[in-house]
Design a protein around this ligand. Sequence first.
Ligand SMILES: Nc1ncnc2c1ncn2[C@@H]1O[C@H](COP(=O)(O)OP(=O)(O)OP(=O)(O)O)[C@@H](O)[C@H]1O
Ligand SMILES: [Mg+2]
Length: 227
Amino acid sequence: MNVKNPPSSSWFIAGTDTEIGKTFSATALILALKNRGIKVIGMKPVAAGTDSDGKNSDVESLISASNVKAPRELVNPYLFRPAIAPHIAAAETGRPIEIPRIIEAFNTLRAMADAVVVEGVGGFHVPLGPNTDTSGLALQLGLPIILIVGMRLGCINHALLTQHAILAHGLTLSGWIANRIDPGMPRFEENLDTLKERFSAPLLGVIPAHATPEIAAGKIQIPGYRD
Ligand SMILES: Nc1ncnc2c1ncn2[C@@H]1O[C@H](COP(=O)(O)OP(=O)(O)OP(=O)(O)O)[C@@H](O)[C@H]1O
Ligand SMILES: [Mg+2]
């Protein structure tokens, strides 16, 4: 694929659950884009959980992978200290999550780079406030979705429910990534085959367990780009 003429290349990274490798896979996707000479920024619109320096590890990982430096308040407009459900953190701090502010930040980032990789929060229907959740955020951003499936027992149901929700919202599912979070998962290949049969979008790659983001970057196909 000619880098001078890249296809539309911003995605919303959704997951089958929390802690299944969204940040890991988003970081790998950013590295894969960089390897193709593409200017890319990672965005984490809403993060919950900070370390003793007041930093969030997802935000730090996306920032350090990106090759376009952007103001932190654009990369991560909402950061809450406790690692709890964001709508609860927002209510407790009296700082409601405003989707238009996130959209504005995204549009600014989009103008600074060729690609923006936006990581969602937890699973696909995580509330962000009284009237919205992560699916609403994806919808308002208008981005195609890459679904990260954390490969472990129970993931087929989570993956298919999430695909159903994505399509029911009229969103585009660009593809899915099988991330081996449980290296000992019994019948891994059979589970993978079942998912391949039931997903309407392509498998973009299988990320091995105990990988590094660099190794993972070599395992995934970027939607719209030929290798
Ligand atoms: N394939 C893999 N190889 C090695 N480590 C991995 C892999 N997938 C995930 N991890 C590690 O597992 C942990 C959880 O992954 P990650 O933080 O990407 O999950 P997440 O879905 O982004 O979680 P959250 O919902 O909190 O944002 C991290 O320490 C990450 O580095
Ligand atoms: Mg994450």
